[in-house]
Design a protein around this ligand. Structure first.
Ligand code: FAD
Ligand code: UDP
Length: 368
């Protein structure tokens, strides 16, 4: 055994553990199959703009410990996510708030007007125990908002109609009767100045990292190279898909450099109409406030079902996949020296703050 720990994956989860275990004096090897560090939070500077190569990443949390932890590695700007939704030729603010309601209905100015409108719509369509996303969405915001801002976007995002999706997905979005376009309710929010990759560089500083190195190319060797393994890749692949393949959603990013200074005037624009094939357009420079580039970079996001060879992004946490995952999880208990962590290892939709929390939890267990 040459190392105390082999860490598979240089994403946020693996890098936090590498950093902390290194500080504890452990001998560590970190590998990643990609040609760069950072996993999905990787940002790359192009034309003076930090490009979020794997989709828009906005750090937001209500957990002070997590916020203080991540601020050790970067200073954050005061970016507040306020996406715009475009439906056909209509433009709305997100999340659903007084700005959205007053644009949708001319006679809505005060909160009581919006509440009345939505209540009227709810009365017509209300379902006691919503069993799917469509019923849940209509219960929350009424039919008009569902039809214009939720139905098409969600179907594109998940590749299923809202009738075939679980209700909880839509509960992530705030509904507010104030004129407040902040997409999140969290206490802390921002984008790291200089990009996310710098955070990971700091975490992995002084640690042996091998890129372009796939665990499965030499699985037998890697299983014996360290006393413990922290594995942040897909858990089903680790076990050779013996209980079946877990499903994911993936995204294709179509990124272009444009010879204009400002393309859409906002970092995130959602296209909620089903006919537009992409879900959203990200304009990366608007995540920062100090870019002087006279060009801009945009990424169109196309969401689709994952197939082997694609990057697995979103776990599909429905009943079928949860049952399969539980079998892998049970099996993993047989070898406590292999720790499965992160979005893919735990097959769970973790935002970055959840990922930090989970990594610190595992660290605590390793320390005890
Ligand atoms: P990953 O970043 O996936 O890292 C896993 C690493 O393991 C990868 O580098 C991979 O190459 C490597 N790996 C896998 N298999 C192998 C193998 N066989 N051999 C070697 N290496 C391997 N969170 C937010 O808080 N805010 C947001 O706005 C936000 N937006 C998101 C948008 C998108 C499109 C996606 C997909 C996620 C978003 N997230 C967001 C979530 C965030 O990306 C995750 O919380 C975080 O990146 C998870 O880190 P991780 O280390 O678990 O996984
Ligand atoms: N959603 C929607 N319209 C929008 C934005 C989001 O209907 O304009 C729905 C969609 O179902 C999505 C869910 O709300 O999956 C959660 O949105 P969020 O932005 O949190 O999704 P993420 O991209 O982070 O998964």
């Amino acid at each position: 055994m040459n190392y105390d720990y082999l860490i598979v994956g240089t994403g946020l989860f693996g890098s936090i553990l590498a950093y902390e275990l290194n500080r504890m004096g452990k001998k560590i090897l970190v590998i990643d199959k990609r040609n760069h560090i950072g996993g999905n939070i990787f940002t790359e500077k192009i034309e003076g703009i930090n490009v979020h190569k794997y989709g828009a990443h906005i750090f937001h949390t209500s957990n002070k410990e997590v916020w203080n932890y991540i601020n050790q590695f970067a200073e954050f700007n005061n970016y507040i996510n306020s996406p715009i939704a475009i439906y056909k030729d209509e433009l709305y603010n997100l999340p659903f708030n007084m700005n959205t309601f007053s644009k949708l209905w001319e006679d809505v100015i005060y909160p009581k007007d919006a509440i009345k409108k939505i209540e009227e719509e709810k009365k017509e369509y209300y379902v006691e125990n919503p069993k799917n996303l469509e019923e849940q969405a209509i219960n929350l915001v009424g039919y008009t908002i569902y039809d214009k801002l939720i139905k098409g976007y969600t179907a594109k995002q998940w590749g299923k109609t809202c009738k075939d999706l679980p209700p909880f997905i839509i509960k992530r979005l705030p509904v507010r009767f104030t004129y407040n376009n902040n997409y999140f309710n969290d206490r802390y929010q921002g984008i790291p100045i200089g990009g996310y990759t710098k955070i990971i560089e700091k975490m992995l500083d002084g640690i042996e990292v091998r890129l372009n190195t796939d665990f499965f190319d030499n699985k037998d060797e890697y299983l014996n190279i360290a006393k413990k393994i922290i594995y942040t890749g897909p858990i089903d692949q680790f076990y050779d898909y013996k209980f079946g393949q877990l499903e994911y959603r993936t995204i294709s990013f179509e990124t272009e450099v444009l010879n204009v200074d400002n393309y859409q005037g906002n970092a995130v624009v959602n296209f909620t109409d089903y006919e537009v094939p992409y879900t959203r357009i990200i304009e990366h420079k608007h995540f920062e406030f100090n870019t002087t580039s006279d060009k801009t970079i945009i990424s169109k996001e196309y969401s689709r079902l994952w197939k082997p060879g694609d990057e697995p992004y979103y776990p599909v946490n429905d009943e079928k996949n949860t049952n399969i995952f539980n079998k892998y999880k049970e099996l993993s208990k047989q070898n406590p020296n292999i720790i499965f962590g992160g979005r893919l290892g735990q097959y769970c939709y973790f935002d970055m703050d959840d990922t930090v929390e989970e990594a610190l939890k595992v660290l605590k267990e390793l320390r005890d």
